[in-house]
Design a protein. Sequence first.
Length: 633
Amino acid sequence: MGGLRTVWDMELRDVPAAESDADAISRLEPGDIILCRSESSWVSRTVAAFDGYWSHATLYTGDGRVAEASISGVGATSVDQLRQRYPVGLAVVRPEADTDTRARAARWAHDLLAGPGEKRYSGFDLGLVYVMLRRASGEDAVAAIPPPTGWELEGIAGRSMYESTCSGLVFRSYLHGGALELPIRVAPGLHVADGKIMLGPEPSAVELLATDQLVEQDFSQVGRRLSALRERVRILTDAVGGIAKGWAEGEVDVERAVSPGDLWLLTEHEQRFFFSPADAQHARELTEPPEGILESLPADLIAALAERDAVRRNAAERSAELEFLVSDADSWPPGSTVTVAFRGGDAELHRQIEEAVQQITEACNLKLDFGFDPVQRCYRQWSEQDTDYAADIRVSFDQRGYWSLVGTASVDPTAGPAHGPSGGRPNQRSLNLFGFDRNLPAHWVGTVRHEFLHALAFKHAHQNDRGPCQQQFRWDDDPGYVPTTDPSGRYVSDAQGRKPGIYTYLSGPPNQWSRGKVDHNLRSTGSVHDVAGPFDRSSVMLYRFPQWFYTSWPSECAPDGNGQELSDGDRRGLKLLYPDTPGTNYPENAGRAAVALEAYLAEGFLEGADHPEPDPHLDGMLAVLTRMVARCE
């Protein structure tokens, strides 16, 4: 298996289900791969924990039977018996190949089982876990896992018996019977070349096993699970130590090391489906987003922005020309170039981020310039010593959480505390992707697009008054709820099954949000300027919450997109903010607002205003408007 996947990497949520086991069996064709999940065997649980979700793979040979290599041996069994052994998870993946190729693979497996000679299950893939952990993380990093002892290759390599892992039998059947090398997608940190699985050039996710920072990087659930597995890995490597030792060069034939997850994630497949709705539901429950830290601006930025926005609204109420301050001042001039710079991370990470946001700029009339230097092979940088803006959007990776200032707040000096690490000044972070410089998390592309849409003046879809979320969120505790916490301090259901509301749940670890912070991140302000267009369930700007956050399930507020790709609604919103045609009123409106604001600042107050001195927030707004007007010229 070698690499490390999480259940969230397995593309399980949107896979359809057959109506029943009987319906699934009627749809099977020879050559179909049936994936299985067991939660009763500790070996199966260990395999699934490292590989993502599945713990076993079989090949359907026809007549209701499958060929499989299991701990019990290599042989045939019925699909009905398979279901009895795997009551919580069966699914089918059909490789993209003609019917004859799939049938030849099934026939090869059938003939192998019917032929002479001893056949047995191989634990080689479990040994490869050990090899890859040692090599990807370094010898010292996994010192808790001892080297294999007591087993040697002598007497094993030359055996004439047929040995195979469960996935290896499937892969070999296609390779030798169907003359097709299945296009597997291996785990992070590994790659396939010349028929071998080997360490990739990028760091493997297993490096996280070696650090004490795992829990600090919002991977607490995965971290606790992997830590608990270290002792099991020690047992497994003792059992297959000779094989692990024999392949200590860090590469192995694909047919020996392919895993169930590799087969499920075939890059070319005709279809995938769960055996039953219950199988699909079980997978979806396990792929509910971890109830960890939600995206949010730091508290000091929220406070500064609340004060700034109150001043803007007050000014807009006293002058029609200043309505622009609350309607359009967050967006950048259409057709302009917004610059980006990095603090931390290497050029490859910067390139990946630039590539991820191309989907945004391709959908609107705005350019994001990352400042790539083809001679030095590096991207634009900013520092905490800057006194002039190196870039409009200043990216960092060292502050907790994922967040971004909204639109032109990135260049508004009043958008944060004067001496804090984050805000709208030249030496402050305006967009943060915590830990990306150490390890890219699952679904990182969607996170990047989400935060860069914030940087282009998008707000959260669930704060759209045109949508149902404000009515469908469970804001308050169930009546009679008795505050109850788990060992980590998180609020959970009480002894009677009553649940905490959103305010209570988010007030505890790990978020510890105040009521005001909950309102800032989840409540609508009631302003028509906050979110443009109709509510969009497929938007990458819609939070993905656990089911119990909603008053009922299924909820019309729950996302139906994958959270990675821009939706049609996202693209329409980008077109509204940054249209292709030159007919935008942005330059004229921004210019009028700048003139009106400059006049106000010169006079010291607006007619009817109750403050005798100009507010520094409006000085900052004038600086922003001046910069934006200059870009329109």
